[in-house]
Design a protein. Structure first.
Length: 279
């Protein structure tokens, strides 16, 4: 009985689609152009792919002979531990101040809720774009030339970096909100600050919290690079040992960085999962 009913069910008709011009032609042309450009770039830059593949055994040999075993006594020194704490402090301060300054800039840079599309919107977009367009290492060099070596220059560089990073995500999140509550509050004469506080913030507060945590996560990774260029923290130890060719100490510092990043990744991931349940 079941077999008969199964045989009585008609098979789904097969749909035939022909080659559509010019959509398919354009798609294949673009794909061919990209592949051609990649092949031309490899040839123009004289990249020897066989040599790159053969470099991995050489890399393993160098790591085994020069960087092993890591000098773990070096990273247990009190001064180095204090530098690790300073790196954490820089990332926390840079991430905090970056998020604080990024929120109002993102409000101005969100086209649907900005205060003024002629003045505030270009200003907010330019401030966020300017912070993002320059790498944190360049910001560090600029601040070091003004304030000298130390944590102040590193913290300011991380702050500017986080303004651009978080501001972009904040503004994109605000541009995707439901405009119903915003239009309702505007229709009853609410001020822009009241609209932002009561119509925008309730929709984005959970997303903003997750973005803030992710911003600190990224700031912590960048803090070691900032220290390498004079911003203080454990990056200074990494720079000194690298210049003095102290390979075993470099390996120990890199293991410390990897361990701290792993802990920060686990902690930030746990916090983001907790926050996602609040939606």
């Amino acid at each position: 009985m079941a077999l008969a009913s199964a045989q009585s069910i008609p098979a789904a008709p097969r749909r035939w689609s022909r080659y559509r011009h010019p959509q398919s032609t354009i798609r294949f042309a673009v794909l061919l152009a990209v592949l051609t450009f990649l092949a031309w770039s490899v040839a123009f830059l004289n990249i020897d792919l066989a040599r790159i593949l053969g470099a991995f055994p050489r890399l393993a040999e160098i790591l085994a002979t020069r960087y092993f075993p890591p000098d773990m006594d070096y990273i247990s020194d009190a001064d180095f531990i204090r530098s690790v704490i300073r790196t954490l402090e820089m990332s926390l301060l840079g991430g905090f101040f970056g998020v604080v300054f990024a929120i109002p800039l993102a409000w101005l840079a969100a086209r649907n809720i900005t205060v003024s599309r002629r003045i505030a919107y270009p200003f907010g977009r330019f401030a966020i774009m300017g912070s993002r367009s320059i790498h944190e290492t360049i910001w560090t060099i600029l601040f070091v030339t003004v304030f000298g070596f130390g944590m102040l220059a590193g913290t300011l560089a991380l702050t500017v970096f986080c303004i651009g990073f978080a501001g972009k995500l904040f503004s994109d999140e605000m541009e995707a909100i439901d405009m119903g509550p915003v239009d309702a509050m505007r229709s009853v004469g609410a001020s822009p600050l009241q609209v932002f506080q009561y119509a925008v913030v309730p929709q984005v507060r959970v997303a903003f919290t997750g973005i803030a945590i992710y911003t600190w996560d990224v700031a912590f990774r960048a803090a070691t690079v900032v220290g390498f260029f004079g911003g203080g923290g454990m990056g200074w130890y990494l720079k000194r040992t690298t210049q003095q060719l102290e390979s075993t100490r470099v390996a120990a510092i890199l293991l410390t960085v990897i361990g701290l990043v792993l802990i920060a990744e686990i902690g930030s991931g746990w916090l983001r999962r907790r926050i996602s349940r609040m939606r």
